[in-house]
Write a protein of this length. Structure first.
Length: 154
């Protein structure tokens, strides 16, 4: 409990933006910040420009001294749909209210489990990496199109 709950949320959001939830090995880096052990299978990745986590506790909802809700604002650029490897641009602002509570003497995010919110640059490199390793020509073409549409969103 030495850390502020906002620090825990900030670190989680930053790691998520860097793609920590895009593959199983990097998911482990999130374990000190969350109270779940498995990630659902996501069909959609939210592509974000930036996020804001309020440090000021007056902007939080304080449930009790061991439990708070911290609103995080995301500047969303659109979403990538994994099954079709397509990017759908949609400029919007999204607020997610992270429920944070003390679990075994540490602040942990207990809910909600949201789809990955990945930064635009990281999403481009993730798609590029997938394209390089893809054996199927049709899939590689889809990934090339995805990369182009992500680049246009910059």
């Amino acid at each position: 409990m030495k850390r502020s709950p906002a620090e825990v949320v900030k670190r989680y959001v930053l790691l998520d933006q860097k793609g920590a939830r895009l593959d199983a090995p990097s998911f482990d880096t999130l374990l000190p910040y969350i109270d779940w052990r498995e990630e659902p299978v996501w069909g959609r990745i939210v592509v974000v420009q930036e996020s804001t986590v309020p440090e000021d506790y007056r902007k939080w909802e304080i449930l009790n001294n061991l439990e708070v809700v911290i609103p995080v604002t995301f500047h969303v650029r659109g979403a990538v749909y994994l099954e079709t490897a397509t990017f759908v641009p949609e400029e919007t602002t999204e607020e997610v209210r992270f429920h944070v509570k003390v679990v075994k003497n540490y602040w942990r995010i207990v809910s909600p489990i949201i789809p990955p919110h990945v930064g635009l640059k990281r999403m481009v490199s993730f798609a590029r990496e997938a394209e390089v390793h893809e054996q199927d020509d049709a899939q590689r073409t889809l990934l090339t199109t995805l990369i182009d549409s992500l680049r246009k969103a910059r």
